[in-house]
Design a protein around this ligand. Structure first.
Ligand code: SF4
Length: 368
């Protein structure tokens, strides 16, 4: 076991690997939903340790990767407007849209500012009343509370020069889309621990029953991941399909009600285009009418291009197939050749949570 010696708790990890192998009578196909879990699985070699017992396929849980091309195009347009500063997390700057990335927009004169939090963007708007500051709000249920708080803060301050390009997405509707796909291979889910710490996992009960698929709320440390996998494999071997919480130290059944209240105050559920999936019903959020004055699209009269909301990426990039678990990154013809972290062709190679970046970094597939 070349990896497990490096674990914080190698004895427990070794025992969990042994038990998973002893329990799995056939190789089960499990999907970890979160990109952070993908990186941890590969960094610690868990995919290698469990070869033959479990096939891990990687889900759409990288927020940068699933942000639709139409949203990036809008962000670029906004950055190019006179007097507008587009504030974004750093990971988004290199993600390609149909006309290049936000870095391209910056190189051609657009005003793009990297921030670490939406509150930074609010502060900038406060101290620069001559500028219109637009925050590019991407991410899952984990980041939506922070952008909702930023909107509330801007509202309380009476800022008229702050707005938000809302591109938040919701995880469970994407899991629904995966299960409904005719070529779905997922037999069990490791649900994303961080998302469930906000949303809870009550709503997964009906999902697990409807699709007859185990859903195990799972953390990010190697032992967390192995415990989630063991629970999933045990259920599959016994014909059970239930929701279990293997991340009890961070996740409660009902999640974080205070964060949910903030999100519900500012946002309502909306259909949303996902890169690699197309439009997913109830797959995202939009600002409620009471806060529509902070909607950057309305403020600047921009509309998303429906024609870009299709499930394909660029011609060469197979991000759609990677994000839906249909293709391993190393099986993309461009992987490690035309597409590397230094010269990425698609979002999953750009993002620190992207599956292609993980395969490259940890030498899977053709690089091994
Ligand atoms: S390896 Fe590159 S080109 Fe291929 S799917 Fe991943 S990001 Fe796209």
């Amino acid at each position: 076991m070349k990896f497990i010696d490096e674990f914080r708790d190698p004895v427990l990890a070794t025992e969990l690997v042994r038990r998973i192998r002893a329990t799995a009578k056939q190789p089960w196909v499990l999907m970890e939903v979160c990109g952070g879990q993908t990186h941890s699985l590969l960094r610690h070699g868990i995919d290698v340790e469990l070869q033959g017992a479990v096939e891990l396929i990687h889900g759409p849980g990288c927020p940068v990767c699933v942000t639709d091309i139409s949203a990036i195009d809008l962000a670029q347009q906004l950055a190019s407007l006179p007097g507008v500063v587009l504030a974004s997390f750093g990971d988004m700057l290199r993600v390609p849209g149909s006309q290049g990335s936000l870095l391209t927009a910056r190189a051609t004169g657009g005003d793009v500012m990297m921030v670490y939090s939406p509150v930074d963007a609010v502060r900038h708007a406060q101290s620069h009343p001559d500028q219109q500051v637009v925050f590019f709000a991407v991410g899952f249920e984990t980041t939506a509370p922070a952008t909702a708080l930023a909107v509330l803060q801007a509202h309380q301050l009476g800022l008229t020069n702050f707005s938000v390009l809302v591109s938040h997405v919701r995880v469970q509707p994407a899991m629904e889309a995966l299960m409904q796909a005719p070529d779905n291979r997922v037999e069990g889910f490791l649900a994303a621990g961080h998302v469930c710490s906000i949303t809870g996992y009550d709503s997964y009960d009906s999902f697990a029953k409807r699709h007859r698929v185990p859903v195990i709320v799972t953390g990010f440390e190697p032992v967390d991941l192995l415990q989630g996998i063991l629970e999933c494999v045990t259920q599959l071997e016994t014909g059970t399909a239930e929701v279990r919480n293997s991340y009890g130290r961070s996740v409660e059944r009902l999640g974080n009600p205070a964060a949910q209240r903030v999100v519900d105050t500012v946002y309502e559920i909306d259909d949303r285009a996902w890169r690699g999936f197309g439009v997913i019903p109830a797959g995202g959020y939009r600002l409620r009418e009471e806060y529509a004055t902070f909607d950057a699209q309305r403020r600047f009269g921009l509309t998303r291009s429906a024609e870009k909301n299709d499930p394909t990426d660029t011609k060469r990039c197979r991000a759609g197939d990677v994000l839906s678990g249909r293709l391993k990154p190393c099986d993309c013809p461009e992987f490690g050749k035309a597409c590397t972290p230094d010269s990425p062709l698609g979002a999953p190679m750009v993002s620190s949570e992207g599956a292609c970046a993980a395969y490259f970094r940890y030498h899977r597939g053709s690089l091994t």
